[in-house]
Design a protein around this ligand. Structure first.
Ligand code: NAD
Ligand code: DAU
Length: 351
């Protein structure tokens, strides 16, 4: 069956993997990628598919109601997969209002537009909201986030994502908008902006720069390869129940310092440096304010109800990721010129 899908934030990290997957795997679908191209959005991520017939790019801000109406009217959108967001926790600590603007108001604006265009016939429509496990707060040494875990966001980023999730559910209950939500753990892979832990540290090791480990490095994250996230989104988009929430995770918890040591080893090997050379770059710096200790996802609902499982191990995924960054130095050079240097100075200078 043919569909016209609006993917927001498709020029970003996860969005570009998702757009590529849908454009390639579903030639009968029309994919409209709407993105404001903030510092995190990069059309280079999609060069290989940009001239496909079933793909269209629209540069617009999700806060621009007129622009959204025009896209819905021009393309007769019947599905939305909403990824556009401010996504970096550290930036949310220094500029929380930008997160409220995009993640809360922008999402509400998009919901409103979908409601306006679909109100007379909700049949076959879907508003799929992509969210994060951070809405559930921080775990101690044991336990997992399930779909029933109460919301307890603790950073401006997670508070803004939690708020957007609430609005999505409110539109489902109040107006009958057909929605589905997924909450995913930490993604890693190619094309991730080097402000996030893994690409930042790959880039720093490459240039023999300090590796700024927050606090003691004992925080734990549950890592998922980005293409596995895209495959989970594909499954939920096609098979998920309306009004439901699905947690997505890799069942792959790593303490930051252990992950960083493994990354250092892979990099020593790839760069033919002596064993232990990259580890010498590890520098413990002032902790992130309000740093969540541990995230861990129970993804059994997705496995049991929709039959989804991650496809590769962390060791394989991390090695592929390192190789991609080393083979795509131009990409890294491009995104780390200009404003990135200013960001880096402000973020790490005083730690
Ligand atoms: P990203 O920062 O790499 O990309 C975000 C994209 O959104 C960029 O292309 C940017 O230009 C665009 N954008 C930002 N503000 C916009 C606006 N006002 N209007 C239109 N476009 C705008 O983010 P990501 O890591 O790919 O995350 C995508 C989504 O997945 C986010 O909603 C995030 O909360 C969620 N998520 C991310 C992770 C992760 O580990 N990265 C995990 C779980 C959930
Ligand atoms: O859990 C899902 C979330 O994962 C997503 O919703 C977010 O969009 C995504 O950014 C990510 O959030 P984190 O804060 O967990 O990711 P980040 O890569 O920023 O940090 C991972 C861990 O590494 C965290 O414990 C903080 C630590 N860290 C990070 C950076 C950037 C460092 O020790 N040093 C650093 O310089």
């Amino acid at each position: 069956m043919s569909k016209t899908i609006l993917i927001t934030g498709g020029a970003g990290f996860i969005g570009s993997h998702l757009v590529r997957r849908f454009v390639k795997n579903y030639p009968d679908y029309k994919i409209i990628n709407l993105d404001a191209l903030t510092y995190a959005g990069n059309l280079e991520n999609l060069r290989d598919i940009e001239s496909e017939e079933n793909y269209e790019f629209v540069k617009a801000d999700i806060n621009d109601a007129e622009a959204l109406r025009k896209v819905f009217a021009d393309f007769q959108i019947d599905s939305v997969i909403h990824l556009a967001a401010e996504s970096h926790v550290d930036r949310s600590i220094s500029d929380p209002l930008a997160f409220i603007e995009t993640n809360v108001l922008g999402t509400a604006n998009l919901l409103n537009t979908a409601k306006e265009f679909w109100k007379d016939n909700m049949e076959g429509k879907l508003f799929y909201h992509i969210s994060t496990d951070e809405v559930y707060g921080s775990l101690g040494e044991s336990g997992y986030f399930t779909e029933e875990t109460s919301y307890d966001p603790r950073s401006p980023y997670s508070a803004s994502k939690a708020s957007s999730d609430h609005f999505v559910r409110a539109y489902y209950h109040t107006y009958g908008l057909p929605v589905v939500i997924s909450n995913c753990s930490n993604n890693y892979g190619s094309h991730q902006f080097p402000e996030k832990l893994i690409p930042l540290f790959i880039n720093n090791i490459r240039h023999k720069k300090a590796l700024p480990v927050y606090g003691k490095g004992d925080n734990v994250r549950d890592w998922l390869w980005v293409e596995d996230h895209a495959s989970a989104i594909d499954r939920i988009f096609h098979k998920g129940e309306l009004g439901e929430t699905y947690n997505i995770g890799g069942n792959n918890e790593w303490q930051n310092i252990k992950l960083i040591r493994m990354l250092c080893k892979i990099m020593d090997d790839r760069l033919e440096r002596k064993e232990g050379e990259s580890e010498e770059l590890i520098t413990f710096v002032k902790d992130r304010q309000g740093h969540d200790m541990r995230y861990a996802i129970d993804a059994s609902k997705l496995a049991n109800e929709l039959g989804w499982e991650p496809s590769i191990t962390f060791e394989e995924g991390l090695a592929k990721t390192v190789d991609w960054y080393l083979e795509n130095d131009d990409w890294l050079q491009n995104v780390t010129s200009g404003d990135y240097q200013k960001y880096y100075q402000e973020q790490y200078h005083s730690r």
